[in-house]
Design a protein around this ligand. Structure first.
Ligand SMILES: NC(=O)c1ccc[n+]([C@@H]2O[C@H](COP(=O)([O-])OP(=O)(O)OC[C@H]3O[C@@H](n4cnc5c(N)ncnc54)[C@H](O)[C@@H]3O)[C@@H](O)[C@H]2O)c1
Ligand SMILES: O=C(O)[C@H](O)COP(=O)(O)O
Length: 354
């Protein structure tokens, strides 16, 4: 049996060179009946295609459409593990009839297309909560970085302008309210970490019961606009779905009080970048920090690139999930899920979506 991993990153050493021994972890879990093949079939994290066959970031938020190399590898594969490549009906056709499972190596499954997999009788699963600690810590770090204007001060000192102040006078976080959009696993972890810093924590999530939020010491807020109106800072942890695409735009930001802060570590497409730029210009937002953009690299978009020129913006490169521990957990759980289907003839033990 063959498992194809589209992302080569796990078979590369720390300097990005191929190191077949890195895949011993997967081989150990999957066992001798299963052969493991790594890409490169995705752009972004791989060293680049030998034949230039890959297609660059798609318009849909940074996931990549995969070229001929992947379709060739997919034919006859028993399992496919994807990272950022987009499942399409063409890819599902290439996977039929041999493939029994497609795994999304991560939490967000906005590129997995469970509907297409279910129709083809292929299991689909993701790995929930392998990085809740990392993403919530990253979120708090970005927010406190904005609150304390860390990056602005860092740049001023490096520019030999010690003691100079830029931007408004910071406010005392212990007297401020923070709002959470999306009260799932990571939203709850962030709430726990934000509570010691902030006076009040609010949350908006139409799919989570108010009493569950209350049991976490968080006040439920029924509408997104009300959340923005009542918060000094908002952090975004909602899943990307057709409903949440562009969720945080001019309407929500227009409800925010002047000088609000916004942090996104969920998915770039949840936020309308143009509306954020307008809100920064008018002062409605005093700061924006983001780990995620659409497309993934903000340098690739003329609108998102404008954010990079601003002192009131902090960015990171979709690394909120990363730690040695989260990576290991992700790899083990992906291999265990694939093994359950291929070797034990059972459904994936967690994260089943199709
Ligand atoms: N930056 C990173 O490295 C990184 C890593 C992991 C996850 N993520 C992203 O973080 C987000 C949260 O992940 P999670 O593990 O907490 O997922 P989760 O599924 O546990 O929680 C997502 C929450 O979003 C809520 N939601 C859905 N529609 C909503 C709406 N209209 N308004 C408000 N809330 C809504 C859901 O009810 C759910 O509670 C996802 O977007 C995921 O893709 C990013
Ligand atoms: O997408 C990524 O870069 C990381 O693997 C995290 O994925 P996730 O955000 O879906 O967990």
């Amino acid at each position: 049996m063959r498992v194809v991993y589209t992302d080569p990153a796990w078979a590369l050493d720390a300097r990005g060179r191929p190191d077949p021994s890195r895949a011993d972890l997967e081989r150990g879990i999957l066992g001798p009946e299963v052969s493991v093949e790594f890409g490169p079939f995705e752009s972004g994290t791989d060293p680049g295609p030998a034949d230039g066959a890959q297609v660059g970031p798609s318009a849909d938020g940074g996931f990549v459409t995969c070229g001929d190399q992947l379709f060739e590898a997919a034919r006859g594969a028993d399992a496919l593990v994807i990272y950022r490549c987009q499942v399409t009906s063409e890819l599902v056709e290439a996977l039929r009839p041999s493939c029994r499972v497609v795994a999304r190596s991560g939490v967000g499954f906005d590129n997995l297309r469970p509907d297409l997999l279910a129709t083809a009788g292929i299991y689909g699963f993701n790995v929930p909560d392998y990085c809740g600690d990392e993403v919530s810590t990253h979120t708090v770090a970005l927010l406190l970085g904005l609150e304390r204007q860390i990056c602005v001060q860092d740049r001023l000192v490096r520019d030999n302008r010690w003691g100079i102040h830029r931007g408004g006078i910071p406010r005392r976080t212990a007297e401020r309210t923070v709002g959470i959009v999306g009260f799932g696993r990571i939203g709850r972890a962030s709430a726990r970490k934000l509570q010691p810093f902030y006076h009040r924590v609010l949350a908006h999530d139409p799919y989570v019961a108010a009493d569950l939020m209350a049991s976490h010491g968080v006040a439920p807020v029924p509408s997104l606009r009300e959340l923005f109106a009542r918060s000094d800072a908002v952090v975004i942890h909602a899943a990307l779905t057709p409903e949440t695409d562009g969720l945080v735009g001019a309407a929500a930001l227009g409800a925010a009080g002047p000088g609000s802060l916004l942090v996104n570590t969920a998915r770039g497409r949840l936020v309308d970048t143009k509306a954020v730029l307008d809100a920064l210009d008018t002062g409605q937002l005093a700061g924006f920090a983001s780990d995620v953009f659409a497309p993934e690299d903000p340098n690739a978009s003329p609108t998102a690139r404008k954010l990079l020129a601003r002192n009131d913006v902090i960015v990171s490169s979709h690394r909120a999930f990363l730690s040695a521990e989260s990576e290991l957990s992700l790899r083990r759980r992906i291999a265990a899920g694939v093994r359950a289907v291929l070797v034990d003839d059972a459904p994936p033990p967690e994260g089943r979506l199709a």
